[in-house]
Structure formats: C-alpha cells, structure tokens
Design a protein around this ligand. Structure first.
Ligand SMILES: Cc1cc2nc3c(=O)[nH]c(=O)nc-3n(C[C@H](O)[C@H](O)[C@H](O)COP(=O)(O)OP(=O)(O)OC[C@H]3O[C@@H](n4cnc5c(N)ncnc54)[C@H](O)[C@@H]3O)c2cc1C
Length: 478
C-alpha cells in the first residue's frame, strides 16, 4: 500500500506549487526537501541563486489556476520590460514585457506557507537519493532523513521537482520517454551577485531602474549573456552565463584562461556606472553560482508513476534561460493532473499523459524552435550580432522571435534587402534557415501526441528536425 497519494520531491518553485495544486484536488501529499523550513527552496549552499526576474504573465497564470495572490515582500520591484543590447550597445530590442524582480527567499516562504495551508505535509532535511522502481514503475523515493538514516517513502505518483541535478530523473530506468542526462552543450554555467551600490552616473545602457538589461557580448559572456536587473533601493542583481565550449574557444582565440568567476568580475568592472559595491548580506544570498539548461524541455515529462516539472525537466527558456515562469506553469499543471488522476483512481501513464499535452499547450510548444535560435545565436561573433541587430530584424520581428513565434513573411521579404560582406550575408542566410526550422518545429509541437503510444513516432520526427542543427552552427564567439 502506498504511504501517500503523491510525493513531491523538491520544495522549490515547481515543487511547492505542484504540492499545493495536488492537495487542492484532495490528494494526500508529502513534499520532501533537504532544506529546513526556514531555508525552503534554497538551491545549494550558495543560496537561491537566480537573476530573480519573472514575467507578470506567469504570476497571473498561477493566481488564476490555484488562487494565490502575490505582492510585497516577495515581489521586490516591478519592471516595465527586459531589453537586450547589442555588443556595441548601439541597438536594443525589447525582449520581454512587464515583470518583477523577486525576493526569492521570501517567495519560497510564501509558497511553502500556502502549501501547508492546503494540507501538504512538509518533510524537511530529507536528501533524496533515487527512485523506488517496481516492475518498471516509480513507486516512491529513497534517501536519507534528517538523522542521516536510510528511509523510503512510497506513493501512487511521484512528482520530480529536484532541479537541474535531479537524482530521480538521472536514475530512471532506460526508457523511451525521458532522457536522463543533458548534453554539456545545452548547459550554461552562471553566477551572480546581489549588490548594494552607488551609481557613478546615469546611463540607461548599463543600469536602468525601470527595466531589466541583457548584454549580448561574446567576449564578455561567450555563448551566453550578462545581465543587470534592478532591485528595490540601491540594489541590483548582476550576473552572467557562459557555455563551456564557447568559453574554451574564446579563451584560445584571445590567449586567456578566464573562468566564469573571473568573467563575472570583469563584467562588473566593464560597467562604468557602478561604484562602491558591497554584496547584500540578506539571507546569505548575495553571491552564488549554479547551472541552467538552455534546451527544449524533455520531449515527455511523464513516465509510469512519475511526472517532472521545472529545472528537473530542462524547462528554462532556451534563449533567456528564464526558468521561473516555466517552473510555475509546470508545477501547477503537474500538481493538478496528478491530483485529478488520484481522484479518479487511475494513475496509469495514459491517465497522467494529459500533463504533457497541457504543458505543451501552455508553454512548451515554442521551446524546440527557441533551442535552434539559441544555437544559431551562439554561432555569431560580436560583429555579426551588431550587424544583425542593425540590419536583419526589425524590433517587432525580434519580439516575435523572443516569444517563439515566427515572423515568416517579413523576414523572407528581406532577401530583397542589400546586405554587405560575405560573413553578414551567410549569417542572414542562416537566420532564414533558423526561422524556417522554427516554423517546422512549432508546427510539429502543435501535433503533440495525444497518447503514449503515438509518442515514439512523433519523437522521431522531432529528432530528425533537430539533427544537423548543431553541426551547421558551431560556436564562434570571437
Ligand atoms: C544564476 C542564475 C540566474 C537565473 N536567473 C533567472 C531569472 O532571472 N529568471 C528566471 O526565470 N530564471 C532564472 N534562472 C533559472 C531559475 O532560477 C530556475 O529555473 C528555477 O529556480 C527552477 O525552479 P525549480 O523549482 O524547478 O528548481 P530549484 O529552484 O532548483 O528547486 C529544487 C529544490 O529541490 C531541492 N533538492 C535538490 N536536490 C535534492 C535532493 N537530492 N534531495 C532533497 N532536496 C533536493 C533543492 O534544495 C531545492 O529546494 C536562473 C538560474 C541561475 C542559476
């Protein structure tokens, strides 16, 4: 007999929301996390490492679906939008609309409180070590409790919200649905500081109290980008992400041995308006490093007895690495679908497949296309990005792409446009290839399989469409 209806493993954003949503459906839910209640949601010893930016639309989705309202103190500062700057800072594209800088520790407390109010049992100090597998089905988790003793917990369904390094996903049996590992090419190493600072001067290209700024620059942040996100008062979240291969190529070409940590410090120095900084000591969360995936989410998010949500399923957006929004959407939907399956006493794979369909309908259907765009972007050096942002796309077309939509006709019509330089012309041709690929993938995701039986044939088509993309677009940071 299963101990719980549902075990949620991991009490981060995806986990707390999944637990609340499932409990609201009447399921008996336990949420296991290695953290005590006072530090719930802390990702690593470094803290709640994040850029802290989330779009308003994602918070609205959560409020609508599970009736929780957000405000101060977890919403630290409202921002009007997110702007991406070209390396020469001559061009900026609006990349995302209205949103917030979050106080992540405060948000985690709020989400835990809400889960407890909904009847979720929180099991703190529990380190999950792997799944319990019986006859090819996940029936629980094993790990060490707060006294470091081995302990097993069983359930009818397990929701994996353990984050990028999930010990559950990585120990799933060989299966046709969920990959166990993520390629290093699809991972960004990232880090950030939360600074108290004084501004030396006003220059909205480097710090904007009303907008989040992204700096595309293949020398400062090879294969990734730097960011300056404002927070309340004289505070900012400043950080940077790099892709390993791009960093190696950049270092070899420039004769350097820079590491992520060195690059972040370089980026702070590069910013001319920042003066007399100190790391914000609040919650011991002012400095930290961690990883983010920048690929499409796993093609299936369910396996018999198992659903995954958030970073455990590689959900962050492939071009922005924003993972809070998808973790929120997925957490809510996974919890709902699992709770509904318990209520109708059918926890078969067919019964929880609806989660795949709902997540793809809500968010996931654009990420394969965005993954291709990300690989394309990583193949452009600073000159090509400068030129491309000036000549290839209008601001409106760039917004379309950042939302995963495809501005087909207008881009194609630019074949008429006079471009100079063979490198630029090739880069433009590659953009057309990318946009066409995005269109095909978006169409394929509109046909997401309705049943597990239809999944292998569909996955084969996705793999065929994705194959050759990385070979065509090699990282070329300098
Ligand atoms: C530097 C950086 C900047 C980022 N900036 C942004 C941003 O500005 N906007 C944005 O949208 N996204 C950003 N992201 C991504 C975002 O932080 C994540 O996508 C988000 O936190 C995912 O939430 P989650 O609940 O899936 O996982 P997590 O937040 O990783 O939560 C996982 C939980 O599981 C627990 N856990 C893990 N392993 C075990 C185990 N074995 N046993 C028990 N418990 C365990 C952890 O302690 C944690 O509580 C950033 C990420 C990084 C690293």
């Amino acid at each position: 007999m299963a101990g719980y209806d549902i075990i949620v493993a991991g009490g981060g954003i995806a986990g707390t929301l999944a637990a609340s949503a499932a409990a609201q459906k009447g399921a008996k839910v336990a949420m296991l996390d290695r953290n005590d209640q006072s530090i719930v949601g802390r990702k690593t010893v470094w803290g709640w490492v994040c850029g802290d930016a989330v779009a308003k639309s994602h918070l609205d989705f959560v409020s609508k679906e599970i009736d929780i309202r957000f405000g101060e103190p977890e919403l630290d500062l409202k921002v009007d939008g997110v702007y991406a700057f070209s390396p020469d800072l001559e061009h900026r594209f609006l990349f995302d609309g209205e949103g917030y800088s979050l106080d992540r520790p405060k948000l985690a407390q709020k989400l835990l409180k809400y889960a407890l109010k909904n009847g979720v049992e929180y099991v703190p100090g529990f380190n999950v070590e792997g799944p319990i597998i019986e006859d090819g089905r996940i029936t629980g988790v094993h790990g060490r409790n707060s006294k470091k003793e081995q302990e097993r917990h069983t359930a009818k369904l397990v929701i994996d919200t353990l984050g990028i390094a999930s010990m559950l996903r990585r120990k799933l049996p060989d299966n046709p649905y969920i990959e166990r590992e993520v390629s290093t090419d699809d991972i960004e190493s990232t880090g950030r500081y939360i600074f108290n600072f004084e501004a030396k001067a006003e220059d909205l290209r480097y710090y904007d109290p009303k907008n989040a700024l992204i700096h595309l620059n293949q020398q400062l942040a090879p294969g990734g980008y730097g960011w300056v996100f404002p927070k309340k008062g004289k505070r900012m979240n400043i950080g940077l992400g790099v892709e390993k291969k791009s960093l190696e190529i950049r270092n070899a070409k420039m004769g350097k041995k820079d590491t992520l940590h060195m690059l972040i410090d370089e980026y702070v120095k590069w910013n001319p308006i920042i003066e007399s900084t100190s790391i914000d000591p609040t919650d011991n969360n002012g400095k930290g490093y961690w990883s983010v995936t920048v690929r499409r989410q796993f093609d299936s998010l369910v396996y018999p007895g198992y659903l995954g949500a958030g970073d455990s399923m590689a959900m962050p957006n492939p071009i922005s690495a924003g993972g809070i929004g998808p973790a929120m959407v997925a957490g809510v939907l996974a919890g709902k679908v699992a709770g509904e399956a318990i209520a109708r006493k059918d926890t078969s794979l067919e019964s929880i497949w609806d989660y795949n369909i709902r997540y793809n309908g809500e968010y996931g259907n654009k990420t394969a296309g965005l993954e291709v765009f990300r690989v394309y972007l990583q193949s452009l050096n600073n000159d090509l990005i400068n030129y491309g942002m000036a000549k290839f796309l209008t601001k409106e077309e760039a917004i379309e792409i950042s939302y995963g939509r495809v501005p087909e006709l207008t881009v194609a019509s630019k074949f008429q446009k006079v471009l100079s330089g063979i490198g630029n012309i090739n880069a433009f041709r590659n953009l057309i290839f990318t946009v066409n690929k995005m269109k095909k993938l978006n169409n394929l995701y509109k046909e997401y399989p309705k049943t597990p039986q239809e999944f292998p044939a569909w996955k084969k088509l996705v793999n065929e469409e994705m194959s050759g993309v990385k070979e065509r677009f090699r990282p070329n940071p300098v």
